[in-house]
Design a protein around this ligand. Structure first.
Ligand code: SF4
Length: 235
């Protein structure tokens, strides 16, 4: 696709620098400002909470703090209609799998806000056997809000920081808006953490992988035995 002498496909390639005259193009910069202003004032957060921080997030949406002032009151119960994931609470190893799955299901452009010490780095449960040390080890985080729990004012401040980040993205510099890149973005692989989330139906696959990697067969046998115990005994 071309626009006069400009090949628009080249603008989508972050490896190709945008000509200086294009970066200061009044039409593009004005369009960017209007486009980003609209996006930053109509963010739809996903409706879910994980732990105590979620109570403060709910308070932020209520009338006293009134997140509707920022155009963010439309919380969606499906990731396919949300563009902001507020991770509000402790992220356990069991929950990280659905969280990554939900993130993959959100359409671009999408943003992640880590609310509180737990979501940002594990918080008081850091290094716990069942807690991940920060959501940013699995999905990209745009804004961190510190606190245990953060106050509604702190969350509002984080949302304002996100608005500023969105406003700083430019249509002229495509490298700063990766969703304009050519082709779909790859989904983040679902993590599998710990023996409590191993699917016994994959035991044979694990055994083959273990043998291929020349690991001790004890590991593979233990997984196969666990899978066998989960199946009814053959007559
Ligand atoms: S950061 Fe504090 S308030 Fe928030 S989920 Fe963790 S323990 Fe609860």
């Amino acid at each position: 696709m071309t626009n006069g002498d400009i090949d628009l496909r080249e603008l989508h390639n972050p490896d190709i620098p945008v000509p200086e005259e294009m970066q200061s193009n009044i039409a593009i910069t004005s369009l960017s400002s209007l486009y980003n202003w609209s996006r930053s004032r109509s963010i739809w957060p996903m409706l879910f909470g994980l732990a105590c921080c979620a109570i403060e997030m709910i308070a932020t949406a209520a009338s006293r703090f009134d997140v509707a002032r920022f155009g963010m009151e439309v919380m969606r119960a499906t990731p396919r209609q949300a563009d902001l994931m507020i991770v509000s609470g402790t992220v356990t190893k069991k929950m990280i799998v659905p969280i990554v799955r939900l993130y993959n299901q959100m359409p671009e452009p999408k943003y992640v806000l880590a609310m509180g010490a737990c979501a940002s780095g594990g918080g008081p449960f850091k290094e716990g056997y069942n807690v991940v040390s920060g959501i940013d080890k699995f999905v990209p985080v745009d804004v961190y809000v510190p606190g245990c729990p953060p106050t509604p004012q702190a969350l509002l401040n984080g949302l304002i920081m996100l608005q500023k980040k969105i406003e700083s993205q430019s249509l002229a510099v495509m490298a700063s808006v990766p969703w304009y890149g050519a082709g779909p973005n790859d989904a983040i692989p679902l993590p599998m953490l710990g023996p409590d989330v191993v699917d016994p139906r994959h035991a044979e696959l694990f055994r083959q992988e273990a043998k291929r990697n020349r690991q001790t067969p004890v590991v593979a046998d233990a997984v196969a035995e666990a899978a066998a115990e989960s199946r009814p005994a053959e007559a």
